[in-house]
Design a protein around this ligand. Structure first.
Ligand code: DAH
Length: 339
């Protein structure tokens, strides 16, 4: 028996592995219920009493060797950082990770700006917190105009002359004040309206404003420019201008794009007409020009404004505004490839 124990201890000390399964096999082989140690203890019971003391110590030496080896094996795999260290290939490429994607509103804003940049417009922006002059008075809004109402406009409490701009038309005024014609500018930005009355409404959205001022600019120039935009963006060749009213343009119009009535969805989004309203526009009112120091006798121009949320809805057939700001990745991932 003494000899067997010596052999066992040599075998144990020579053993090595880093594989978790093999460590477990090792434990079962030696210390398991039907393992070698238990067998040996059975054998030990038969040993004559006078040999028990010496052999008992030898048995303990064996037991300690098994335990020490197990501790060693476990410690060495733990320090390798995993109980599967041998199977881990550190040079293996990682799985594909998903980079962020552009928000559909950003994609559409970029696209619209690019279309106008191609025909000579530059991009500008202005402050979101604005004074009354740039948002209203400079744009020919009379003092009692309903758009100034508390219902629509967020006022800055400490200074009632300051508001959160309700449209990007305010940037027009800044541009006319600081630059000399000819002006060809598109002005994207965030705007704010106090419209919490509807559960779908969100108090902020995005617009793109356009301004074109030069000598001899006519309504026909406006129409051609906007037709070009509609064709480039929607790929639709037909537009119509419906008479409308804005304080800062005269005459004013709303522009529709002919969308068609080819599917059930077309009926829904065009309310059965086939036409979609996409922007407001008009010839800059002479009052607006002179208020900003541009001579209306010499210059004329047109302006337009559109809502990015609405145009994005049409482009991707999104039917709920809330999708834009809930940041649901299942929604956002659909735009993966639309850079
Ligand atoms: N500011 C208008 C709005 O927020 C949009 C608009 C209409 C802008 C006509 C213009 C324009 O420049 O000429 O609804």
């Amino acid at each position: 028996m003494q000899e067997k124990i010596n052999q066992y201890i040599a075998e144990i000390e020579a053993y090595s592995t880093k594989v978790a399964d093999e460590i477990e096999q090792f434990r079962i082989k030696w210390a398991g219920r039907k393992g070698i140690l238990n067998d040996l203890f059975e054998e030990f019971k038969q040993v004559p009493n006078d040999q028990k003391k010496v052999l008992g110590q030898e048995m303990n030496r064996l037991k300690t060797a098994v335990q020490a080896k197990l501790d060693d094996l476990i410690a060495s795999t733990a320090s390798a950082g995993s109980d599967n260290a041998e199977k881990e290939d550190m040079t293996r490429p990682t799985g594909a990770y998903a980079p962020g994607t552009r928000h559909p509103l950003s994609t559409v804003r970029r696209e619209i700006l690019e279309i106008f940049e191609r025909i000579g417009f530059t991009v500008a922006d202005g402050p979101e917190i604005e004074d009354d002059w740039h948002v209203f008075s400079g744009l020919n809004f009379p003092p009692e105009h309903p758009a100034r109402d508390m219902q629509d406009t967020f006022f800055i409490e400490k200074n009632p002359d300051m508001v959160l701009r309700t449209h990007t038309s305010s940037v027009q005024v800044r541009m006319m004040e600081t630059q000399k014609p000819p002006l060809r500018i598109v002005m994207p930005g965030r705007v704010f309206r106090n419209e919490a009355i509807s559960s779908r409404a969100h108090c902020q959205f995005h617009q793109i404003e356009g301004l074109y001022i030069d000598e001899g600019v006519s309504f026909a120039d406006m129409k051609q420019t906007l037709l070009y935009f509609a064709q480039e963006f929607f790929g639709k060749a037909k537009i119509r201008l419906r008479p409308s009213y804005f304080p800062f343009t005269e005459p004013s119009a709303e522009m529709d794009v002919y969308w068609g009535l080819n599917s059930e969805a077309d009926y829904r989004i065009t309310k059965g007409t086939g036409w979609l309203e996409i922007l407001g526009c008009g010839m800059v009112d002479p009052n607006v020009l002179s208020a900003s120091g541009i001579d209306p006798e010499k210059y004329s121009g047109f302006a337009f404004g559109m809502g990015i949320e609405r145009i994005t809805m049409l482009r991707y057939q999104i039917d709920d505004l809330r999708m834009y700001f809930e940041n649901d990745v299942r929604f956002l991932r659909q735009f993966d490839r639309m850079v």
